[in-house]
Design a protein around this ligand. Structure first.
Ligand code: SF4
Length: 340
């Protein structure tokens, strides 16, 4: 069964800023290495792609740039990023605190204020239990305290806080204490809980930390009701059953194309027309999507009915696709798709 896809936008990935964390669950893996391209060249490429999008694609074809977490850039870059987002018709970015270089309170205040001044309204904290659990997860002693200091100062100058708290086997015992610490900080807060996200986490960490359906059901109601995307969160056993019920012909799945802007590809990108860039990405991505069987077929081949661990639907596809590719010894450009 061949997977059918439709492309609804273009996501440009650019790892341009250093990250000071070493998270066990980092989704970047080896791509965490920072590129050395000056940001002005990235902006010029994005503006060219934006003109192309405006001329050639429907209004709802989304074009956006993903810098990944670390937002360790200077004022000038922050301003350029925010102006670019506006030109792309994207909403103001959240200020993600993962991997930010440590700062004293005297340094933090103006740094946060600068970001408020360019239109950022939300600071995002991703916490994995209290200290020392959190510090161990992100591989940096002192990160928990730094985040809490930043939360307090950001709230004082009017940022809204979005707090994402990791729910894993080792963090569950700390959730209550963590929430109590966060509740001591005044300000406007949206709080959600997320399970371990499938990325490039080592298999052993996955096995040690991913929670089961039973553990999920045993979570206190105040956690369970705010777990992200509960509608697409099921155990592998349940997903295997869901996949079996899917029709043989699945409707086209909507995906964003992925364009990776890296040192190695920048010169080619600058010398190539947008038509040719997008056609190239489209063709290579389509080939991979068509190589990986549909969710129904993957479930029939690789679904493990004994596994009670919980995954989002997209993660489950990843896990099954990984089994399919490994078994077939197939090498594909994994960084180009959301399933491989
Ligand atoms: S902060 Fe983000 S980019 Fe940095 S190591 Fe953690 S997950 Fe990876």
């Amino acid at each position: 069964m061949k997977r059918s896809v439709t492309f609804i936008g273009l996501c440009v990935n650019h790892v341009g800023f250093p990250c000071h964390n070493h998270c066990g669950f980092c989704v970047l893996g080896h791509r965490r290495k920072k590129n050395s391209i000056p940001f002005s060249r990235v902006v010029a490429l994005m503006d060219r792609l934006r003109d192309w999008r405006n001329r050639n694609r429907p209004k709802d074809f989304r074009l956006f740039i993903n810098y990944f977490r670390a937002m360790n850039h200077d004022r000038e870059t922050t301003v350029a990023m925010s102006q670019l987002d506006r030109r792309l018709r994207e909403s103001p970015r959240e200020l993600m605190m993962g991997g930010i270089e440590f700062k004293t309170d005297d340094e933090l205040k103006p740094w946060l204020q600068e970001r408020r001044d360019v239109g950022m309204k939300v600071i995002r904290l991703s916490l994995a239990g209290t200290q020392p659990s959190h510090d161990k997860w992100v591989g940096r002693p002192g990160d928990f305290d730094f985040n809490l200091r930043a939360a307090r100062l950001a709230s004082e100058i009017g940022f809204e806080r979005h707090e994402w708290l990791l729910v894993s086997r080792s963090t569950i015992p700390h959730l209550e204490a963590l929430v109590a610490r966060l509740n001591e900080i005044p300000g406007r807060v949206y709080r959600g809980f997320r399970l371990l996200t499938w990325g490039n986490a080592p298999k052993k960490l996955e096995e040690r930390e991913r929670i089961t359906r039973e553990m999920f059901e045993a979570l206190p109601e105040w956690v369970r009701k705010d777990v992200q995307h509960t509608a697409i969160l099921k155990s592998e056993r349940e997903w295997t059953e869901e996949a079996r019920k899917l029709p043989d012909e699945e409707p086209p799945e909507p995906f964003y194309l992925i364009l990776n802007v890296e040192d190695a590809s920048m010169e080619w990108l600058e010398a190539t027309s947008c038509d040719a860039i997008v056609s190239d990405v489209e063709e290579r991505s389509r080939r991979i999507y068509e190589t990986v069987p549909t969710m129904k077929a993957l479930g029939a081949m690789y679904g493990n009915r004994e596994n009670e661990c919980m995954y989002w639907r997209s993660e489950m596809q990843h896990v099954w696709a990984r089994r399919f590719l490994e078994e077939g010894g197939l090498e594909v450009e994994k960084h180009l798709t959301w399933v491989a």
